[in-house]
Design a protein around this ligand. Structure first.
Ligand code: NAD
Length: 499
């Protein structure tokens, strides 16, 4: 059995706690590796090594740090195929999806090449007589990133890239369910020229996380994962005086107006609802057609499309729509929620509860499910299912549809499909959700904008990537300076006319 390691000071280091988590091949259900779970002492040692490496890195000029990012882009592109296979093998997503995961992470590293521009301070000449004032952005020191399983490349890169570009050292705690790609990325960073020790990877669970949250050395905490844990991490990190940004779960609604192009809307729902087996924080899990006639037309378009979806392991070629979910526990939880939907009176239009794949009977596959007549009191509506399940909630009017999305506790992403500019504009302005798509089902902002939800999808105030990330990973210092000579006579700036 393959035993994974931690990554300390640019070297693979074996775990010493004696505790391990199983890493599965979700397609076969087999355990393919053992991931070490760091003890508090191992985590503290990694933090101390990061603290020792940070000052030199932080003092390096930003352009030199940016060159490491530039080299990293080249190395990730060189190893893209290898990284994608490693990612699919542990996560279960298809190869095109794995490449998308890597690509969206890579785009943030490309953005980080602009660090010298982003880190430029501000300067006021002659703020008073002979007085100048300037502000600079300085790294926090050592920061921690605690990441989810569903984007094992993109999520760490969104945090580690900007944190490093700003001059911090990072201790990354990847998901214990798919830890290999973060480790491969750490190796590539060293190959790209990152000094050893600036980026440590500690595998682990609550013990490692709590050690990071309580360490006086850790200055900032970035978390991405489920809402209850996001809330816990935010509370504990901030109680300990740290800066924190914690991104949580989602229940993304897509409103379909009667004037929408119904084929386009149905295609969008198939990709956004079932892609990556629904294991995306920007997945659309609720479709809200406005009016019964719209709902009937939408269901009519959705059914044949859902029936055609091909569920298979990533090794089965490029026409696979989605693969297995991440663990057996995830599969059982999803099937349990589907059963609750039936019991609570929703109409299961496409029922794949007995789905099984020949040759992969022990794999964690869940077939696609489509519910109609879902109501807001049902568990399948209130809960983030994080599986290939699309719920249709029929709304009588635009206001009712808008109200549904507004009243839901999550506020990550949403979309409206319509041809009417007034309605689209009204929706974008009034909705209390962080990321909005107009005829775009998964409105993930690009690297130079910022990504973040509202309500219980986000605790903290600065978003992921884009300008917010450079604010999150730096502190502002403002200097007011007066030199002894002060303002001497004749020291004023004179405009001399040219003749
Ligand atoms: P999770 O909350 O189970 O785990 C996330 C991280 O927290 C992991 O590293 C895990 O080891 C750690 N953790 C788990 N329990 C802990 C505990 N009790 N104490 C301390 N640490 C703990 O989430 P997941 O299942 O890996 O990821 C899926 C979730 O992430 C979904 O809810 C999804 O919506 C969300 N997500 C959100 C975003 C976003 O930007 N809002 C992006 C991706 C995923």
């Amino acid at each position: 059995m393959k035993e994974l390691t931690h990554w300390i000071d640019g070297e693979h280091v074996k775990g010493t706690s004696g505790r391990f988590a199983d890493v599965f091949n979700p397609a076969t259900g087999e355990v393919q590796a053992k991931c070490p779970m760091a003890s508090a002492a191992e985590t503290e040692a990694a933090i101390a090594r990061a603290a020792a490496a940070q000052p030199k890195w932080g003092a390096m000029n930003p352009q030199r740090r940016a060159r490491v990012m530039m080299a990293m882009v080249g190395l990730m592109n060189r190893d893209m195929d290898k990284l994608a296979v490693a990612l699919s093998r542990e996560h279960g997503k298809t190869l095109p999806d794995a490449k998308g995961d890597l690509q969206r992470g890579l785009e943030v590293i490309e953005y980080c090449i602009g660090a010298p521009q982003m880190l430029k301070g501000e300067f006021t000449d002659d703020a008073g007589p002979g007085i100048d004032m300037y502000s600079m952005r300085q790294p926090l020191g050592v920061v921690a990133s605690i990441m989810p399983f569903n984007f094992p490349a993109m999520m760490p890169l969104w945090h580690v890239g900007p944190a490093l570009a700003c001059g911090n050292a990072v201790v990354l705690k990847p998901s214990e369910r798919d830890p290999s790609v973060p480790m491969m990325l750490a190796e590539l960073f060293v190959e790209a020229g990152l000094p050893k020790g600036v980026f440590q990877v500690v595998n682990g669970d609550k013990e490692a996380v709590d050690t990071l949250l309580d360490s006086p050395v850790i200055q900032g905490v970035s978390f991405v994962g489920s809402t209850p844990i996001a809330h816990y991490i935010y509370s504990r990190a901030t109680a300990n005086g740290k800066r924190a940004q914690c991104f949580g779960g989602a229940k993304n609604h897509m409103i379909v107006m009667p004037d929408a192009d119904m084929d386009q809307a149905a295609d969008a729902l198939i990709g956004a609802g079932f892609g990556a087996a629904g294991e995306r924080c920007m997945a659309v899990s609720v479709a809200v057609p406005v009016g019964n006639e719209t709902a009937d037309r939408l269901i009519e378009k959705l059914v044949p499309r859902v029936e055609k979806l091909r569920v298979a392991p990533y090794t089965d070629g490029n026409d696979v729509d989605f693969g297995p979910v991440v663990t057996r526990a995830a599969k059982e939880r999803i099937l349990g929620l589907i059963n609750s939907g039936v019991e609570q009176g929703a109409k299961l239009v496409i029922d794949n509860r007995d789905f099984s794949l020949q040759g992969y009977e022990n794999g964690f596959f869940v077939g696609p499910h489509l519910f109609d007549h879902v109501t807001p009191d049902m568990d399948i509506y209130k809960t983030e299912i994080f599986g290939p399940v699309l719920s249709v909630v029929r709304a009588g009017s635009y206001e009712e549809a808008l109200g549904l999305a507004m009243d839901h506790e999550y506020g990550n992403g949403t979309a409206i499909f319509t041809r009417d500019g007034d309605t689209a504009r009204d929706f974008a302005h009034r909705i209390n959700i962080g990321m909005v798509g107009i005829n775009v089902p998964i409105p993930v902002p690009l690297a130079y904008h910022t990504f973040g939800g509202w309500k219980k999808s986000m605790f903290g105030d600065l978003n992921q990537h884009g300008p917010d990330s450079f604010k999150f990973y730096t502190r502002t210092k403002t200097v007011t300076a007066r030199w002894p000579s002060g303002l001497k006579e004749g020291g004023e700036f004179h405009f001399k006319a040219m003749d």
